[in-house]
Design a protein around this ligand. Structure first.
Ligand SMILES: Nc1ncnc2c1ncn2[C@@H]1O[C@H](COP(=O)(O)OP(=O)(O)OP(=O)(O)O)[C@@H](O)[C@H]1O
Ligand SMILES: [Mg+2]
Length: 469
């Protein structure tokens, strides 16, 4: 019988093909292993045994496949009766491209599985693998970028149970479920950014990016590109390819427009258009891009005054002012100071605590820098004090060295000085003068000033004045 005759017997052809296939793969592969229906190894070629550190394939026989090939999936193939046609398997000597097939008996039932390690030269697959690896890398960096862009704060980070704080939190929480812009108004350091992040984190956009852009921190002529990006070819050099703007980066997420009051007028026009049309044009492009971002704006500026001065567009203000949240200064929620201080010291991983006088002193400071200033003061006090209990003098030292009052100097406003600072200077001067006149007798000085003794004492502590003045 010659070959041509053989090929006429279809059954036999099939048998030969199967046999050849097995032999070719077995011989050219990096390894072959066969397991029974319990995923115990029944056969393994010598090459494969060596790869897994065995002296001979005999050592593998009868062992559960995972015992020899630690992350083998042959058990899964037997159990599911499903082949895994192409996979990458890590081994101690490097990755392998593998194929795993179930083996059936004549009745079609699974009786085991066979695994071929097709090759270890992954470089043969280089175009495919490289693409896979670069996609993996891209995925990892996108994920980490997104993670870094996701908000760091939630509402629990906003400490405070004063009526004012609770109202702020209530409004902020409510705004989280809306889509309209939020406008956060408040002095510096009152927690506007913290709230913006918390609102994003509680919104349906939480799994998308939180992107901030600060109009005061970026030179005016770069702001437009920063906001809307640049089209390819719009510029020569590094930006030739075009660069995404914050609106693109925040797509699907939240864009935090910090210091909105500092936005130049031409950009205000453009921003207003984006808010109205939900479309924008990268710099140097004629193409309109759709924008799906939720805007949260913040400013410490009096926007209505800025409108009167012609520095802020009234229509933009109305667009942004849909859900305004006025964040009160710390001096209007003094009862939050103990909890805030505790949270801040905790966050600084400091072992320090504050005694009663220290807390009383904190309640008397004007806090022009609000919670950021409180944080700085506590950080400085903790740094300077060896004693784990921070007392009033330690806090006073950290609040800052007060400018010494010159004898007889008149109180006049100093340029750039805030009202509260001027007032502090005035108080210190008047009290100092009264004490000097009464030779340090506080009761006398209090009478002279028309104040209660304890009130004068409190003011003296707050201002860092001692009796010897
Ligand atoms: N209620 C609060 N509870 C705890 N920490 C707070 C609270 N408010 C503000 N902080 C902290 O104070 C610091 C300043 O807050 P944030 O940056 O949010 O202020 P801001 O209003 O954006 O200030 P600016 O206008 O200067 O940008 C941050 O470290 C923030 O975590
Ligand atoms: Mg801020």
């Amino acid at each position: 019988m010659n070959i041509t005759d053989n090929l006429k017997d279809y059954q036999q052809v099939r048998g030969l093909a199967i046999q050849s296939l097995f032999e070719i793969i077995e011989q050219s592969s990096e390894g072959t292993v066969i397991v029974d229906r319990d995923a115990n190894i029944v056969w393994m070629n010598e090459r494969y045994a060596k790869r897994f550190g065995l002296k001979s394939a005999d050592e593998a026989i009868g062992q559960p496949c995972e015992q020899v090939i630690s992350n083998s999936l042959l058990r899964q193939v037997v159990r599911n009766d499903q082949p895994i046609l192409l996979d990458i398997q890590d081994t101690p000597k490097g990755p392998l491209v593998v194929m795993r097939l179930p083996i059936h008996n004549e009745a079609g039932a699974v009786i085991g599985a066979i695994g071929f390690a097709l090759f270890d030269e992954l470089r043969n697959l280089s175009p495919l693998i490289e693409r896979y690896l670069s996609m993996q890398q891209e995925l990892a960096s996108t994920r980490s970028l997104l993670r870094s862009r996701q908000s760091k704060y939630n509402f629990a980070h906003f400490i405070g149970t004063s009526a004012a704080s609770l109202e702020v939190k209530r409004r902020a929480r409510r705004s989280a479920s809306a889509e309209s812009p939020v406008l956060l108004l408040g002095e510096t350091g009152t927690g506007k950014e913290l709230l913006a992040q918390a609102i994003h984190g509680a919104s349906t956009r939480a799994h998308k990016a939180f992107v901030s852009i600060n109009s005061a921190a970026i030179p005016a002529d770069l702001l437009e590109a920063e906001f809307f990006g640049t089209a390819p070819g719009a510029f020569t050099g590094a930006d030739r390819k075009g660069r995404p703007g914050k609106f693109q980066i925040a797509q699907g997420g939240t864009l935090f427009l910090d210091e909105i009051g500092d936005m130049p007028l031409p950009l205000q026009n453009k921003l207003l258009r984006v808010l109205q049309e939900k479309e924008f044009e990268p710099v140097g492009s004629n193409e309109m891009l759709h924008s799906d971002v939720r805007v949260i704006a913040a400013t410490s500026m009096d926007l209505e005054a800025a409108i009167k001065r012609g520095e802020f567009r009234a229509d933009l203000y109305y667009r942004l002012n849909v859900l305004p949240i006025q964040v009160p200064p710390l001096r209007e929620r003094l009862e939050d100071i103990p909890a805030l201080s505790e949270a801040i010291l905790e966050e600084l991983r400091s072992q320090h605590e504050l005694d009663r006088e220290a807390l009383a002193l904190l309640a008397q400071h004007a806090w022009p820098g609000n919670i950021r200033e409180l944080r700085n003061v506590l950080e400085r006090a903790a740094l300077l004090s060896d004693d784990l209990v921070l007392n009033a003098p330690a806090i006073r030292a950290a609040i800052g060295t007060f400018t010494p009052v010159e004898r007889g100097s008149a109180v006049a406003a100093v340029e750039g000085e805030s009202f509260s600072a001027a007032r502090e200077r005035f108080d210190r001067q008047v009290i100092g003068a009264a004490l000097r006149a009464c030779e340090g007798n506080v009761v006398e000085a209090a009478k002279r000033l028309g104040l209660g003794r304890s009130t004068l004492y409190k003011k003296m502590v707050a201002l860092g004045i001692d009796q010897s003045h």
